[in-house]
Design a protein around this ligand. Structure first.
Ligand SMILES: *Cc1c(COP(=O)(O)O)cnc(C)c1O
Length: 397
């Protein structure tokens, strides 16, 4: 008789966003006159920029004509897009071989798919709190997980500990949910450690476009030796509003070897077997992100979200509440005041300020007593929500 992958039965149900939705709905039903503002979900709100839309339209027109129509595309993605990504990386001093770049339909799929090329016997090292995808994709494969604590003592940026070893190490910088970002020196420690113990770093750079501090690397490959121990996964979702378009890229350096086998070769084999690429029109739209005009527009949008982050951060600065993020990140991660639990604070904010955020507990044990605010929102909402949060917390004092 057929058997299921019983590892799926070990997955914890994720109640986080459904519980939030339920609580908000119940509150709105009881208080129909109140306008609730959400700073909860990590999804963008601004539309695609004009250079992207123009590229997309060009792609659509090409598909309508016999002599420019495109069928199956090249295995790793179109050259015009990979060339754009290569140029982008060279701006922060990273030289990529074009063969190391693989166009994807987003970071989430590749973060899961990459595990195909690694043995299920590997131990994974994952920070807590964390983007849940790293945990769940490994549970599905039945891999053993070790957690690294992220807390106020280490500024939510755990460093290598030779007593806690993993074969596959997940790093996300700037981090979701904490907004914390590793500086050069800290990433050097990780690279050194990975090389020493023979581990691979899976580096999630989904928020690299939010980095403005010069001491924070945009890519793990800014660190010497990283091409021999790290795979980088990135996405246009948060950078350029592609959450609904679906496009990202994964870099598997040609230098990267494991048991004498080039991982680039394994990944290419995996992709050509199980993936037929991202649609031409989406890749065409994505190429608009890397044009000169596109880059300027992306920066304007990111600056808008970062100004939102500043407005929210100011509330906590004025109240003397500790937090991380908000500088090189669209997220602000606070310590709940008065020792409230994450959910107590959620209820308090919903009822007293009509503002919704995300309880930190939903991202892992170390998230208890912490709370995430997302800065993806319209300026007016952000301003009003900030005033309300300030008032509610000030009254609490
Ligand atoms: C949003 C996000 C991604 C991007 O996912 P896509 O599938 O590209 O939309 C990846 N990693 C983290 C940590 C994220 O928050």
């Amino acid at each position: 008789m057929v058997k299921i992958n019983s590892n799926y039965l070990s997955l914890k149900d994720s109640y986080l966003f459904s519980t939030i939705a339920k609580k908000v709905k119940a509150y709105k039903e009881k208080n129909p006159d109140k306008r609730v503002i959400s700073l909860g979900i990590g999804d963008v709100v601004l539309p695609l920029s004009e250079p992207v839309i123009n590229s997309l339209k060009t792609g659509v027109e090409e598909m309508a004509k016999k002599d420019s129509f495109k069928g199956y595309g090249p295995e790793q993605g179109y050259d015009f897009l990979r060339e754009g990504i290569r140029g982008y990386y060279s701006e922060f001093g990273v030289q990529l071989d074009e063969k190391s770049i693989f166009i994807s339909d987003g970071a989430k799929s590749d973060l899961g798919n990459l595990l195909d090329i690694f043995s299920k016997d590997n131990i994974v090292l994952i920070p807590d709190p964390v983007y849940p995808v790293y945990v769940d994709t490994n549970i599905m494969d039945g891999r053993k997980i070790e957690y690294m604590n992220c807390n106020a003592e280490n500024n939510y940026l755990p460093l290598p500990d030779f007593n806690v070893k993993g074969d596959i190490i997940y790093l996300c910088s700037p981090n979701n949910p904490t907004g914390a970002a590793y500086n050069r020196e800290q990433l050097e420690k990780w690279v050194q450690y990975a090389k020493e113990i023979g581990a691979i770093i899976l580096f999630d750079a989904a928020y690299e476009a939010f980095i403005s501090s010069p001491e924070i690397p945009r890519s793990i490959y800014e660190i010497e030796g990283a091409k021999e121990c790290a795979i980088e996964v990135c996405s246009l979702s948060k950078t350029a509003g592609f959450t609904g378009m679906r496009c990202g890229y994964t870099i598997v350096p040609l230098e990267l070897e494991c048991e004498g086998v080039k991982l680039n070769k394994l990944w290419l084999r995996r992709q050509t077997t199980k993936f037929n690429g991202v649609s031409y029109v989406v890749q065409k739209a994505a190429s608009g992100v890397f044009s000169k005009e596109g880059r300027e527009k992306v920066k304007e949008v990111i600056d808008y979200y970062k100004e939102n982050a500043k407005i929210i951060s100011k509330v906590f600065d004025e109240l003397g509440i500790s937090y991380t993020g908000g500088v090189n990140s669209p997220y602000i991660w606070i310590e709940c005041p008065n020792k409230m639990s994450s959910w107590e604070f959620f209820d308090f904010l919903l009822t007293e300020a009509n503002v919704v955020g995300t309880p930190g507990e939903g991202f892992g044990e170390n998230g208890e007593g912490r709370f995430r605010f997302s800065c993806f929102g319209d300026r007016e909402d952000i301003e009003e929500a900030s005033q309300r949060v300030f008032k509610a917390l000030n009254d609490l004092k």
